[in-house]
Ligand binder design. Sequence first.
Ligand SMILES: [Zn+2]
Length: 121
Amino acid sequence: MPNMKEDPMNSLRSVFDSVAQRTAGALEGTRGYVERAKLRSQLNDYYRRLGKAEYEAAMNGTSSMEEINMLMQRITDLRQQMYAMEQNAGAQRGGTVTCPTCGKLNSAEDAFCPGCGAQLR
Ligand SMILES: [Zn+2]
């Protein structure tokens, strides 16, 4: 049982905290990039699962609409999260945003998606 009062980890942690605070600004861009990459890979995973579910439904004639609907809902959520994140990052550095409706990658300056016409901001 570690002695909490003299726990060396506590002082280490406060050192890390202050370092983290100082570098937080510099890391903001990197963290946003990592977060978006994470969302993108989650999204690709859901696309794969949706494709598999659709395939099995078509092949076996047993459509699991519940699973397909769940996957589609998750994909819509992830797209919207990514869109919000990319719009923030894009507004700062003139980057790109993913259309929440059709998934097309657009310039962050576009007011409407050239792919499907959805309003982007
Ligand atoms: Zn679109």
